[in-house]
Design a protein around this ligand. Structure first.
Ligand code: TMP
Length: 203
């Protein structure tokens, strides 16, 4: 039983990695999920959060909706899976709130900490893998994608630079729980390194 989170900015290869992990763990008791989202209600909150809209979204609203989605996801998916003894691999979790809302939106770590305590109690991931990539490189990688950018991905390069720095700063604070992987490497090399981090965490 382990709770593993994969984090990374746009173009970092998070989607490709999650697919490779799902294939690798297809026959094992591993639950894959994502945030915001992961249950029907939480997916509705995701849609509200990420859809581009004319009305400005207050940063506090954004933060609270992220944690509303998280509360539902924890109650319906993550906690029951861990209680059954399954491993959970989640595409994003609270480190995204620290990086995007706490730092890039400028809300500060204290409010995120407060909500983390309120919504999660003692629950923290056992391992957070950060796919680290220079944001300009990430943007170049996704330049050919057809789907429109979501409301947060559409922010400027300085915003994404702040997100990256925030991830790296969090990894430095608790190196035993984080594994920073150079996402400039090939998808295969990234997958191998992530697998060894996950295996060490599960053993
Ligand atoms: P993704 O799941 O497609 O990578 O995108 C989700 C978006 O939501 C991404 O721009 C990061 C953002 N996000 C936050 O800003 N705060 C959070 O707590 C989470 C989970 C995601």
């Amino acid at each position: 039983m382990s709770f593993i989170v994969i984090e990374g900015g746009e173009g970092s290869g998070k989607g490709t990695l999650m697919q490779a992990l799902q294939t690798r763990y297809a026959d094992e008791r591993v639950v894959f999920s994502r945030e915001p989202g992961g249950t029907p209600l939480a997916e509705e909150i995701r849609h509200c959060l990420l859809q581009p809209r004319d009305e400005p979204v207050a940063s506090d609203t954004e933060l609270l909706l992220m944690f509303a989605s998280r509360a539902q996801h924890l109650a319906q998916v993550i906690e029951p899976a861990l209680a059954r003894g399954d491993t959970v691999i989640c595409d994003r979790f609270t480190d995204s709130s620290y990086a995007y809302q706490g730092v890039a939106r400028g809300l500060g770590a204290e409010r995120v900490e407060w909500l983390e305590q309120f919504v999660q109690g003692e629950r923290r991931p056992d391992l957070v893998v950060i796919l680290d990539l220079e944001p300009a490189l990430g943007q170049a990688r996704i330049a050919g994608r057809l789907e429109p950018k979501d409301r947060l991905d559409a922010e400027d390069l300085a915003f994404h630079q702040a997100v990256r720095n925030a991830y790296l700063a969090r990894a430095q604070q608790a190196p035993q729980r984080y594994r920073v992987i150079d996402a400039e490497q090939s998808p295969d090399a990234v997958f191998e390194q992530v697998m060894s981090a996950i295996q060490a965490c599960r053993s």
